[in-house]
Design a protein around this ligand. Sequence first.
Ligand code: ATP
Length: 292
Amino acid sequence: MEDDPVIVARGLRKSYGRRRVLDQLDLTIRAGAAIGLLGANGAGKTTLLKALLGLIPVESGRVSLLDQPSSALPPAVRQRLAYVPQAPAQFSWLTGRAMLRYVSRFYPTFDWEYVQALSARWKLTLRTPIGALSPGQQQRLSIVRALASRPEVLILDEPIASLDPATRIAVIDELIGERARRPLTLIFSSHLIGDLERLCSHLAVLSAGRIAVLEEVQWFRGLVRARLEADERLLADVLVPSAAMTRKSGEGRRVVLLQQAIADRLRATLPAAVDITIDRPDLESAASEWMS
Ligand code: ATP
C-alpha cells in the first residue's frame, strides 16, 4: 500500500578496519517514494545501499526490506527487487541477450517485450559480448536488466555517471515514466542533483555515517540561507526558530538554513546588533550544507 514502509533501517553500524562508515544510521522509506541519495565521495552511499540489500554484513543494527530481514531475504522477496550497482559485475564473456536470458530465470515477471522496446529506443545492441561494450553501454544494459524484471523496489547506485547527456536524460525520463505507470519505490544515488530533482520525491543526504536530512524536494526548494553576524555572546542567545540546519562558520558568525517564512519571522525579532543577510541558495548548495 502507498505510504507503507518498504525499507526500514535501525541503528546500522558498519566499519572497514578502523574507518566507521555507517554509524547508528536510521532510515525509513515508504512505498512509492523516490529517494535521491546524496553524499560526498566516500560518505558511504554504496556501503549503505549494499547494507540495505543485505549484500554486506553489518556490525549491528537491522534492516527490513518488504517486511523481511534483508540479511535473509527469501527468493519471493528478491524477485520484487532490482539493484543496479555502481560497477556492474556483468558477465563480460556473455552477450547482452545471453546475460538477460540467464537473469530472467530468477524473475517470473521478466518482460522481454520491454527489453526489445527499450534496447531499440536506447540503441543498445544485445548481440555484442558485454566486455566489448563501453562503460556507458554497460550501464544502459544494467538499467534495462533491472527495469525489465519489473521490480517493486529499485535501487540504483550512481547508474548514470558514464552516460552521455542525451542518454542520461532518456534514462531519467524512463524512470519517471515507470514511476507514473506502476507502483515503484526507488533509491537513486547520484552526484547529479539536477537529475535527482527531476526524478525524485525526496532527497536524503548521508554524512558522518547517518542520514543527516531526508525531506521532500519541495522542502529543499523552499529553503533560504540566513547569515547571522554579531558579537559571539549576543549570537549565543539568539534563538533560531525551527532551523533546518545551523553551522558555525566562525567566531561571531552562523549560517542557518530555514524556510522563508521562518527566516522573515527571525529577522523581525532579532536584536538590532545582529546583522542578518538572507539569500536563496540553489538546490545543490542547499543540500551541500549537510555534506560538510
Ligand atoms: P563515492 O561517492 O565516491 O562513490 P560512496 O559514498 O559510495 O563514495 P563508499 O563506496 O560506500 O562511499 O565508501 C565509503 C568508505 O568505505 C570509503 O572510505 C571507502 O574507502 C571505504 N570502503 C568501501 N568499501 C570498502 C571495502 N570493501 N574495503 C575497505 N574499505 C572500503
